[in-house]
Design a protein around this ligand. Structure first.
Ligand code: ATP
Ligand code: MG
Ligand code: MG
Length: 386
């Protein structure tokens, strides 16, 4: 399988897990990011490129070492990727135009609306002024969500505008960033679906999962989501239809809201492996990382390769975030190591409060079994099984 070398823009945990999946298939990987980032730590087979994934020179240097470039983060220099694709004849997946579209969350919404895909009602902020936001407030009502169009992650580009009086504070918080606004969605659950697209344009959805966020950061993922089968089918179709609108190939994470009337709306799409898909490493026939590697290198993607494996029909993923007390989060990891059918993944980062340090996958044959194990891992005591 070692015919193609993959260049990865970004060396964080997602890059690290792409490297692991590629290694298993003897596929070489070269990483562009700062020195000693998580993906570089576990790959000494090849010299990496030190630099920024926004820097054209560094991207060109990476491209010259590789046959195909991919990303573990969407906040990259998409124009530079387009140029290396055109001038060096190298493959880039996801396509640079897809990355460019998705990295502007408002353009992403407009694109999906244009293709008849249901998304959260959104409107452009023409001018960053109290007057233009007040107009949106009177149309959408309060609260509404003010979002940065670009460079957002872990909710750090979002501000909940609770009332007209909060408008100037919202503008102050998001400063001079390009903005758009979203209608408030009183969701009953947040769902997510990983979808992988082959170069032939065929899409394969992973099971629909339920994501629980804490302080805007993914906290727990339940796989499959605790919803009816008909809703799961609906969510799956919505995600597949959204990904069919992006030519090229690779894995995508589709985040959505389930509303009280069972309506489903897409919140946003990530053109890369996604936190909500980490459970696939232990619970599915093929992990999201291997699926991505297969897609971008043109390897086979047989029927059902994204389904839950027969021995792990249920799974829970717990994110391990840096504790206020340095390294205290490792106590949670230790309890996971004591737990049957739980696996610990650490990313090789220096601990910092709220930083994503690793994750834990628990698999089982019922959600109850996984939940009992989760209780122990989180708190050190087991919930009663009555
Ligand atoms: P990510 O790390 O997933 O890329 P992000 O910074 O791009 O995060 P969003 O996904 O837009 O942020 O929002 C973060 C969270 O805020 C969502 O998962 C959801 O819990 C909440 N949220 C976002 N938009 C809305 C909305 N319109 N109404 C209600 N809650 C929302
Ligand atoms: Mg986002
Ligand atoms: Mg999100």
């Amino acid at each position: 399988m070692d015919g193609k070398t993959i260049g990865i823009l970004g060396g964080g945990q997602l890059g690290r897990m792409i490297v692991e999946a590629a290694h298993r298939l003897n596929i070489k990987t070269v990483v562009l990011d700062g020195p000693n980032t998580p993906a570089k730590q576990i790959n000494a087979l090849h010299e990496h490129v030190n630099g920024s994934f926004s820097d054209e020179e560094a991207i060109t240097k990476l491209a010259k070492e590789c046959d195909v470039l991919t990303v573990e983060i969407e906040h990259v220099n998409a124009d530079a990727l387009q140029r290396v694709k055109d001038t060096l004849g190298i493959e880039v997946y996801p396509l640079p135009e897809t990355i460019k579209l998705i990295q502007d969350k408002y353009l992403q919404k407009k694109h999906l609306i244009g293709h008849g895909v249901d998304v959260t009602p959104s409107v452009d902020v023409i001018e960053n002024t109290v007057e233009s936001l007040a107009k949106i407030g009177s149309d959408f009502g309060y609260p509404f969500m003010l979002k940065s169009r670009t460079l957002a992650y872990d909710g750090r580009g979002n501000y909940v505008v609770k009332s007209k009086e909060g408008l100037s504070e919202a503008l102050e918080f998001l400063k001079d960033r390009p903005l758009y606004a979203e209608k408030w969605c009183s969701f009953v659950k947040e769902l997510a679906v990983m979808v992988v697209r082959s170069i032939e344009g065929e899409v394969f959805a992973y099971p629909v999962v339920e994501t629980v966020h804490k302080d805007n950061i993914c906290h727990i993922v339940y796989a499959p989501a605790r919803i009816t089968d008909s809703l799961a089918v609906k969510a799956s179709l919505l995600a597949e239809n959204a990904i069919k609108t992006f030519p090229g190939c690779g894995i995508f994470g589709v985040e959505m809201f389930l509303l009280p009337d069972n309506e489903l709306l897409i919140n946003e799409i990530a053109p890369r492996p996604h936190n909500s898909g980490h459970y696939t490493i232990d619970a599915c026939v093929t992990s999201q990382f291997e699926a991505h590697v297969r897609a971008v290198t043109g390897l086979p993607m047989p029927a059902n390769f994204t389904r839950l494996s027969t021995t792990s029909t249920n799974a829970i993923m717990l994110n391990v975030l840096g504790d206020k007390v340095a390294n205290k989060e490792l106590e949670t990891c230790k309890r996971a190591l004591e737990t049957p059918n739980a696996s610990v993944y650490l990313y090789g980062k220096t601990t910092r409060p709220q930083r994503k340090m690793g994750h834990i996958n628990i698999v089982g044959s019922s959600m109850r079994e996984c939940e009992n194990k989760l209780d122990y891992i989180i708190s050190g005591s087991q919930a009663s099984s009555s």
